[in-house]
Write a protein that binds this ligand. Sequence first.
Ligand code: C2E
Ligand code: CA
Ligand code: CA
Ligand code: CA
Length: 276
Amino acid sequence: AKGGGRGRYAIFGQAMDALVQERRAVEHDLRIALEGNDQIVVLFQPLYSAGTRRITGVEALARWHHPTKGWITPDAFIPVAEDTGLVEQLGDRVLRAACQAARGWGAIKLAVNVSVVELRNPLYPMKVANILMATGLNPHQLELEVTESTLTDENGICAANIEALRELGVLIALDDFGTGFSSLSRLQSLAVDRIKVDKSFVQGLGTPGSSDAAIVEAIIKLAQATGLKTTAEGVETIEQEEHLQRAGCDDLQGFLMSKPVSEVELSKLLQSQDEQ
Ligand code: C2E
Ligand code: CA
Ligand code: CA
Ligand code: CA
C-alpha cells in the first residue's frame, strides 16, 4: 500500500511539475507579448439600455493572440498575469488602448476591468489620471469594474484608491456581483456607482425551479433603493431579457445583443444606430 501511495504521489508530483512549467511558459510568453504591440488585442462588447436596446456603453475585454497557440482567453492568462505582477502592464495597455478608441465614439460609456493587484498599488489613480490626460477621454465616460474582493482588501489601499478615482470623476462598477462575500446589506456603505449582476444568476432566469429570478430581483431592488445603477451580464435569451426588463434592470450585456467585437465593428454598430 505504501508503494502504491508513493506511486500516486509521484504521478501527482509530475502533474504539479507540468502545471508549474505551463505557468512558467505562459509567463515567459506574456512578457514577450507585452514587449511587442500586436499580440494583446482589445475587443469591445456593447452594453444596451434595457428599455430602448440602444448602446449606452461598451466593456473592453482583453484577448491574446499567441504566435503559436492562437487566441487565448483572459481566464487562461489573467491569473498568471496577476501572480507575476504583469497584470499592471497589461491593465495599462488595455486602458490606454480602450480610452484611445472610445474618444471617437461620442458620449457612450467605456467600462474597463481592473485587477485587485492593480488597485493595490497606491500609484494606480495617478496612472489612470495620466492615461485620461494623454488620451483626452472625459473621466465621466470611464467606468472601472472592480470585484468584491477589492472591497474587503484589509490594508485600505483599494478603498482609498477607489475614493481617489471617484474624485477624478471616474465611475466604479462592482463586477460579478453576488459571487463574492460582501453581503447585500453592505451595499449602502460601498462607494460604487453600479453593480453588475453576475451571469451565473442571469443564466437561471426562466429555468423552472431555479431561485435565480428571486436573487436577481432582490439585487436590483436593493440597488435601486441605494441609488445604484444595474447591469446584467450574460444575457443570452429573449426570455432573460424580458425578465430583466420587468425587474427594472438598467443595462443589458450578452450574446443575445452582441458578442465582443473589434473596434472597427463597434464603430459600425454605433454608426448604424445613429442612422436610425
Ligand atoms: P467579466 O468582467 O465578467 O467579463 C464578462 C465575460 O462574459 C467576458 O468573458 C464576455 O465575453 C463574457 N460574456 C459576455 N456576454 C456573454 C453571454 O451572453 N454569455 C456568456 N456565457 N458569456 C458572456 P471574457 O472576455 O472571456 O473575459 C473573462 C474575464 O476575464 C472577464 O470577466 C474579466 O474578469 C477578465 N478580463 C477580461 N479582460 C480583462 C482586462 O483587461 N483586465 C482584467 N484585469 N481582467 C480582464
Ligand atoms: Ca467585467
Ligand atoms: Ca462580470
Ligand atoms: Ca466574470
